[in-house]
Design a protein around this ligand. Structure first.
Ligand SMILES: [Fe+2]
Ligand SMILES: [Fe+2]
Length: 320
């Protein structure tokens, strides 16, 4: 296959929106990419139906247009997340893609309009997380959960896993209030947002459980404070509540006061930050397990009773 083209799925296209980039079809007989839809064309339902009836499920974008394609994906996020025609596997794929986009589209240099559209993406994804996880029977719910957690160890996918687990644990602990679940979803998704100010190779090593040097570790432990400062100072949106800021700041604290950045003790760590702290550990632990075993990972946290709130873990174990 030609390296100059990237494959995309038909389900990534949404009706009534101009593409801004050309779309190609691949003809294996003569190994050629032929332009199928022009960048100025509006994709409508009829075109999508026509492709479906012709069994066209895969299209191609020229790699030079990848930036335009990524922007298109980010804009169409809300539509694709709320499209009820998706099955579990497809909605997990879209949510992971959305989470990766969120971390690719924010930087300390982002301007106000970029931050506004970024907040819209965070709202779209966290709404989808909360809606997706409530109202199912337990078996269906566990299947959905596994689909959302397994995958790569990119910052986006890790953050999605933590958000999903934090909402799940919250519900297991009897939190049904929409605003609090939203805080858990947003706080879980953004708990490591401070990583975007830390060199990528350090974050990569951390997410892949590789040994860090003492200099790298010193940088890494700044991420809760960096993240909290960043969202407080530059993001003016109702989704950034005080509870969300506390989650970002305190997710590595623990009940014995041996965490960071402040080493707060005597149960001063906020309750929601404690839930996200457990979700963070389970997300990092469970990804190494085949098949995914949430109970095993929670039990590992429970053994480490220095750090985690055992009552909280017991309640979570009853449901998972
Ligand atoms: Fe973290
Ligand atoms: Fe994390």
């Amino acid at each position: 296959m030609n390296e100059s083209f990237k494959s995309i799925k038909l389900t990534d296209l949404i009706p009534s929106r101009a593409l801004g980039f050309d779309l190609f079809l691949f003809f294996p007989e003569n190994k050629k990419f032929i332009k199928y839809i022009s960048k100025d064309d509006i994709i409508d339902n009829e075109i999508i139906m026509r492709m479906k009836t012709r069994c066209i499920h895969e299209l191609f974008v020229n790699r030079e247009d990848m930036e335009l394609y990524q922007k298109y994906l980010a804009k169409s996020l809300k539509y694709r997340l709320t499209n009820s025609a998706h099955d579990n596997e497809e909605s997990a794929r879209i949510m992971k893609q959305a989470a990766r986009n969120i971390f690719e589209n924010i930087s300390p240099q982002s301007n106000q309009s970029e931050i506004k559209s970024w907040c819209d993406d965070v709202i779209g994804l966290t709404n989808a997380i909360v809606e997706n996880l409530s109202g199912d029977n337990l078996n269906e719910f566990k299947e959905k959960l596994s689909g959302l957690i397994e995958g790569d160890r990119t910052l986006g996918e890790h953050s999605l896993a933590v958000s999903v687990l934090a909402v799940t644990f919250g519900m297991a602990l009897g939190i049904y209030h929409g605003c609090t679940l939203r805080d858990l979803a947003v706080g879980g998704l953004l708990h490591d947002v401070g990583f975007i100010e830390i060199p990528r190779q350090v974050v990569f090593k951390y997410l892949h459980n590789q040994k860090l040097t003492s200099e790298e570790l010193a940088l890494l432990i700044k991420h809760p404070q960096l993240g909290a400062d960043m969202v407080k100072s530059s993001i003016d949106s109702p989704i950034i509540t005080n509870k969300v800021i506390k989650i970002i700041l305190e997710h590595h604290e623990n009940i014995r006061g041996t965490g960071y950045p402040r080493g707060i003790s005597n149960m001063k760590q906020s309750y929601l930050a404690r839930i996200v702290g457990v979700a963070d550990n389970v997300a990092k632990d469970v990804i190494n397990r085949e098949p995914l075993d949430f109970r095993f990972s929670i039990l590992r946290c429970a053994k480490n009773d220095e750090a985690f709130d055992c009552d909280l873990l017991k309640q979570v174990m009853k449901v998972i």
